[in-house]
Design a protein around this ligand. Sequence first.
Ligand code: GDP
Ligand code: MG
Length: 370
Amino acid sequence: PDVITVGDLANRMAVRGVDIIKFLMRQGMMMKINDVIDSDTAELVADEYGMSVRRVSESDIETGFLAEADDADATTPRAPVVAVMGHVDHGKTSLLDALRTTDVAAAEAGGITQHIGAYQVRLKDGQRVTFLDTPGHAAFSAMRARGANVTDIVILVVAADDGVMPQTVEAIQHAKAAGAPLIVAVNKIDKPDANPQKVVNELLQHEVIAESLGGDTQVIEVSAKARTNLDGLLDAILLQAEVMDLRANPDRSAEGVVIEAKLDKGRGPVGTVLVKRGTLRRGDIVVAGSAWGKVRALLDERNAQLEEAGPAMPVEILGLDEPPSPGEVFAVVDSEARARELTEYRHRVKREKTQAAGGAVSLADMMAKL
Ligand code: GDP
Ligand code: MG
């Protein structure tokens, strides 16, 4: 709803609320300071004071900023963003830990030192893969629910000794709904009772057809524990990424999605964001949901300070006024005024939603008492 209270409008215009109330009264509108007026009325008031009202559109609020697509000419190839899903105890965390160390610099001092919800591995030939380090279907669903899907490829981990289980099926459904292609990692092949062929057959019943059966799903046998065939899995990811021709424009203001956020005692609100397009720089003014701030520092998973982060790069940002929610869209805006305008609007919409809900409850209470 495009609305504002009389009091908020007065504050914004730096005039007295009582003067606005008097003006509205002359127009035949009886309003109190906390009453809500629509944007047409706000415009009328602003006009009276020789000011203009800029409307913040609904779509800014509901879909964030990721509505318009990049101009194809301006794009360059980017790293794939990969999520790991599968049944509990099939080895998601173990696999993410093993893949982390495939980074060419991992052995050097300053390998991946902190968990920020996502990490990027750099491979020998300069290629990169970004892994979302938040296994769990809930996080994936939360992002999709906000329309902020960031996952290009889903790695479905299936333990070779256990086979397809309920959460395996759930993961297949999530990936299908999101339109993200699957790569199956048949894990724990080091186990004596491992039966990869059984996994392949079981997957068939869920319309996941392995290449070996004439389908288009790559099935890679690995052991996260013994570190067997991690290269094979990375090759499969790169091949899939190539087919998808993933691209983004790095030469524009940054937009992306919040992966994780927390309130850090020493550092204040900290958000991990994944840049979808554009390049995020230190000093940029960022809006993330109803949080905003000037980016004071950009940090990677090695805790190294960065000057900038391009498409498909996960980074921690410091300088926000509150921790944003995971799955929320972030974008760089051109001024602090614009950032304030957007976040105030979002806070107000939130407040109104809560108030509306609260009002309904108390009304129900009253009815019950009558
Ligand atoms: P998650 O619940 O999917 O994250 O699974 P975890 O990564 O926590 O692994 C569950 C258990 O399986 C742990 O005890 C791991 O040590 C074990 N595990 C994971 N990968 C392998 C593997 O490749 N081989 C064997 N033998 N055990 C594994
Ligand atoms: Mg786990």
